[in-house]
Design a protein. Structure first.
Length: 362
């Protein structure tokens, strides 16, 4: 038998393209070590995104491919290390928050908030520590979606503890006001309120903070995207032309402030009749995919128009939590993994390693 070399093992690994990173693990720099002892091969893989059950599937696939090399017995170790990634220039990352992911849409009514809460739960289900901030001051919906109405506690009188719901660390203006109280504030007041909710909440060691942004691309959204240290953005749309027009505006807004687009989610993609099984593209077909191709960003996935998503979210038990093994929950988890994987490919943030210089009189 010929001697097994590192090149042999790497060639076998390169034959597998990771479905979330969309490249092989060598190119993605996810192979941390390869150890060869005769015909025994051990490979250490480190993913930069929460992978859940995919870790076992990945290990099995890589083992099969490496053991296809003549006479090799392989062991594959898959670990996950989520690190902070760069934010906009001139902004400092939040303490105890590695990455902020903004979920946005150009218009209301496309299911952005429902998507945001289910993606947050999907990241958590895959092993990440996750929080969600409801940034829609005028129409906060996360308290109802999360089935939580309690007021946040404060331990020092100047900051809030996040409200825990379904394991998520959460914060919303909806926790501080009555559900039916209208917020008749002008733009600067809204921006200041959001900054307070963001910076005065004592987030606890988060891998991801998902921010459910208000719909639109006006002054408030632009100001927030310039002042909040965001690592990446997800654009939610429906297939219909009018939604896509506004979604493009949202995408371009993030491009202007140098926030990377992690991808596009197409919501309400297809309706399947619960009575007869007939499938119909009520709002059009393939619009999100075409938009992603046009702007050369990742198409993260498509979600169906399904009454269970609405019913479960309205009841305070979002689909990923209510039916974790169901088909729709698996779609959410696949989208969340793909978004987190895109983020993992971006530049690391080293700002936490730099010392802070403080000048004071002595």
């Amino acid at each position: 038998m010929s001697t097994i070399t590192r090149t042999d093992v790497e060639t076998a690994i390169r034959g597998y393209q990771d479905p979330y990173l969309e490249k092989d693990l060598i190119a993605a720099k996810s192979i941390r070590d390869i150890r060869i002892d005769g015909r025994q091969v051990e490979v250490d893989v480190e993913l930069g995104f929460p992978a859940g059950s995919y870790r076992d599937a990945l290990a099995a696939e890589l083992q099969r491919r490496v053991e296809a090399v003549d006479g090799v017995a392989a062991r594959i170790n898959v670990s996950v290390q989520i690190i902070p990634h760069e934010v906009q220039k001139g902004l400092q990352p939040l303490p105890n928050v590695k990455n902020i992911i903004a979920v946005a849409s150009g218009k209301g009514g496309v299911g952005k908030s429902t998507t945001a809460v289910n993606l947050a739960l999907a990241l958590q289900a895959d092993g990440a520590r996750v929080g969600i901030l409801d940034a829609d001051i005028y129409g906060p919906s996360q308290p109802r979606m999360l089935g939580c109405q309690q007021k946040p506690e404060t331990r020092d009188g100047s900051s809030w503890e996040p409200v825990i719901s379904h394991g998520l660390q959460t914060m919303s203006i909806g926790y501080l006001i009555d559900e039916e109280t209208p917020m008749v504030w002008r733009g600067p007041m809204v921006t200041q309120a959001l900054q307070q909710l963001l910076s005065q909440t004592r987030w606890h060691d988060l891998d991801y903070l998902v921010i459910d942004l208000p719909p639109g691309t006006g002054d408030t959204q632009l100001t927030l995207s310039q002042q909040v240290p965001v690592s990446g953005a997800i654009i939610v749309t429906t297939p219909q032309d009018i939604a896509l027009l506004d979604a493009r505006k949202g995408l371009k807004m993030f491009e202007k402030v140098n926030v990377p687009i992690l991808g596009v989610v197409e919501n309400m993609s297809i309706h399947i009749c619960s009575q007869c099984g007939h499938a119909e593209h009520i709002f059009g077909e393939g619009g999100g995919q075409r938009m992603a191709e046009q702007y050369q960003v990742t198409f993260l996935g498509a979600l169906p128009l399904d009454i269970r998503i609405r019913e479960e979210t309205d009841s305070g038990h979002p689909t990923v939590m209510m039916d974790p093994d169901g088909r729709i929950a698996q779609i959410y988890r696949d989208i969340a993994r793909r978004a987190a994987a895109r983020l993992a490919l971006q530049a690391k943030s080293f700002s936490r390693l730099f010392p802070k210089i403080v000048i004071q009189n002595t």
